[in-house]
Design a protein around this ligand. Structure first.
Ligand code: NAD
Length: 278
């Protein structure tokens, strides 16, 4: 059973080993979307390095999938470089970089915005992605093994009013950065894409809803219901971490071999159409 109570048919993606022998680094891989992606990558034959600030969760997950964990704060360039070096020391190469780590907040009106709070969010959501692309690109160019880079953007980069000003700015900036680096790195055979989830009841989204609604007891199931009721065009549910992981798996695999500079939106159609039921 998957996280939202739906059982996916995984037969194909578990047995076809779409990432056999590939070496991946996932930032923010200790929980949520990053953890689900780490599992999907490992089930598909990849060697996974989990880079996160949550040492205990990250180590337990890495052990369970035959991967490696490294403490990494993506806002510190040296930490990100070290995570990539760990992959190279371990398996001699880097094929996949998933720049997934991100935080939400600070909510509130533009009339009371505090620049220092915005700057601390940018340090993770933006600088962290720059660090990841920079060092992954270096390793992939040097290794001449092509490779693929995927960055976490968001539905908030597409529609206004879904998240805080700082979060929205960071996620939209990631799209621009992704397109620009896709232009530059294409000549090396390196693909750069984004994944844009919407409404996954992860720790990040649940704590954002707790802050916004002032309800500290809110649980993932409550958030899933709120998000689901507000408008996926599909089954009246929010996205699950697995929905997003499968999108990332596709972008990381050779199935997406001619896809670069693309933003793959995983939102049940939320950002595509006005939904009269929402
Ligand atoms: P999550 O909070 O469950 O996971 C985020 C992970 O990033 C955690 O493991 C956390 O420890 C890690 N992290 C936070 N700060 C870090 C830092 N400085 N250095 C390294 N790791 C750090 O949330 P999630 O929903 O799984 O978020 C994953 C990504 O997806 C984020 O970039 C988020 O913005 C994006 N996203 C999520 C949603 C959603 O609905 N949940 C929607 C759009 C985009």
């Amino acid at each position: 059973m998957d996280s939202d109570g739906i059982t996916y048919d995984r037969t194909n993606y578990q047995t076809s080993k779409r990432l056999l022998g590939k070496v991946a680094v996932i930032t923010g891989g200790a929980r949520g979307i990053g953890a689900a992606t780490a599992k999907a990558f490992a089930e598909n034959g990849a060697y996974v390095v989990i880079a996160d600030i949550l040492d205990e969760l990250g180590t337990t997950l890495a052990d369970s999938i035959g991967g490696r964990f490294t403490h990494c704060d993506v806002s510190i360039e040296g930490d990100v470089e070290q995570a990539i070096q760990l992959a190279i020391q371990w398996k001699g190469r880097l094929d996949i970089m998933f720049n997934n780590a991100g935080i939400s907040g600070p909510e509130g009106s533009i009339t009371h915005i505090k620049m220092e709070q915005m700057t601390s969010l940018f340090a993770i959501n933006l600088n962290g992605i720059v660090h990841g692309i920079k060092h992954a690109a270096r390793a992939m160019i040097q290794g001449k093994n092509k490779g693929t880079i995927i960055c976490s953007s968001s539905s908030a980069a597409i529609m206004g009013g879904l998240a805080s000003h700082a979060y929205t700015m960071s996620k939209e900036a990631i799209l621009g950065l992704m397109r620009t680096t896709a232009c530059e790195l294409g000549e090396h055979g390196i693909r750069v894409n984004c994944i844009s989830p919407h409404g996954v009841p992860s720790e990040m989204l649940v704590s954002a809803y707790r802050r916004i609604l002032g309800d500290k007891d809110l649980q993932a199931e409550d958030v899933s219901k709120i998000v689901g009721d507000r408008g996926s065009l599909l089954r009246g549910r929010g996205a699950s971490v697995e929905d997003v992981a499968l999108g990332v798996l596709f972008l990381a695999s050779d199935d997406a071999g001619f896809i670069t500079g693309h933003n793959l939106v995983v939102d049940g159609g939320y950002t595509s159409a006005y939904n009269k039921n929402s």
